[in-house]
Design a protein around this ligand. Structure first.
Ligand code: GLN
Length: 284
């Protein structure tokens, strides 16, 4: 790779794709293009028109370093430093779970439940990057919200994202556990994508997830349902009547989570699927 200074963008895209394919990455050519755009600052079309140009050495160096990290199976989103969720751009790194397209299902469910003009307070338990909270606030100017986050690292990332999206006037981050947070009675909607992978299943997750997403955002205890039990237990005690609770769930947890909500006397329990056809959101 030392000769990279005299290679064209096209050369780099080709050899980069080969390197990632060899590392077992399926979407290699797509990912390589995104990395080159980030390394060079070129837009998608800018890169297409520059393909026959020689790549300056500093860009080649940055691109090479990105490839090296991706070959180690670091997640693309960490390497790029941002990812898109519900049409918004979020800063994204090892401090919190990477926003997933599947979680957009949870945002849609919540938007359907909350009346267009409702001026309520919402809370996102385990906010991570802040993506669920920010997506809701960005789409409903009347809402105010709090992201509850026990990890100080994730809390700092959530604050960064809320301010980069211009939402800091309507949103705050409470740094502490779900047990520390005392404002249940004030919330009209609680939303959460809690850790829901059964501990024994962690080992079979993709290396990007297993070694680069925070374990506290994934591990849901022996049966994957611990966080749901805790949140539903607290909601039963402290949530005001008429408020909604909306969860992201694992694809095989619809019956279990709706069952827990039924036992806690939630009404109007419903569920929806993600774009892949898997059960992904449960509410009541
Ligand atoms: N959907 C995540 C995954 O892919 C899990 C997130 C969670 O546990 N909340 O692995």
């Amino acid at each position: 790779m030392e000769v990279s200074g005299v290679q064209t963008y096209q050369d780099h895209l080709r050899t980069g794709t080969q390197r990632l394919r060899a590392a077992g990455i399926d979407e290699a050519s797509h990912e390589v293009r995104l990395m080159m755009m980030a390394a060079s600052g070129l837009s998608r079309t800018g890169l297409i028109s520059a393909e026959a140009d020689i790549v300056p050495e500093d860009i080649a160096g940055r691109f090479d370093e990105m490839l090296r990290r991706r070959q180690e199976r670091q997640p693309l989103q960490h390497i790029l430093g941002t990812t898109e969720f519900y049409g918004l751009e979020f800063a994204c790194d090892a401090r919190a779970l990477i926003p997933r397209p599947d979680s957009e299902t949870v945002v849609e469910a919540a938007l359907r439940l909350v009346p267009e003009d409702a001026a309520m307070m919402i809370a996102d338990l385990g906010t991570g990057t802040g993506c669920l909270l920010a997506a809701l606030l960005a789409n409903r100017p009347q809402l105010r919200g709090v992201g509850v986050e026990a990890s100080p690292q994730a809390a700092s990332l959530a604050r960064e994202n809320l301010s980069r999206l211009g939402l800091e006037d309507r949103a705050s981050v409470f740094e502490g556990s779900w047990a520390d947070w005392q404002d249940w009675h004030a919330a009209g909607l609680i939303i959460s994508n809690p850790p829901y992978i059964a501990s024994a299943e962690i080992a079979v997750l993709a290396p990007e997830v297993r070694t680069h997403d925070p374990m506290s955002a994934l591990d849901g205890g022996a049966d994957g349902l611990e966080a749901y039990r805790e949140i539903i237990g607290r909601a039963r005690q402290y949530l005001k009547p008429g408020a909604w609770l909306v969860f992201e769930i694992g694809h095989d947890q619809k019956e279990a989570v709706s069952g827990l909500m039924e036992s806690a006397e939630f009404a109007e329990i419903g569920a929806s699927k993600d774009l892949g056809g898997n059960d992904r959101a449960v509410w009541g």
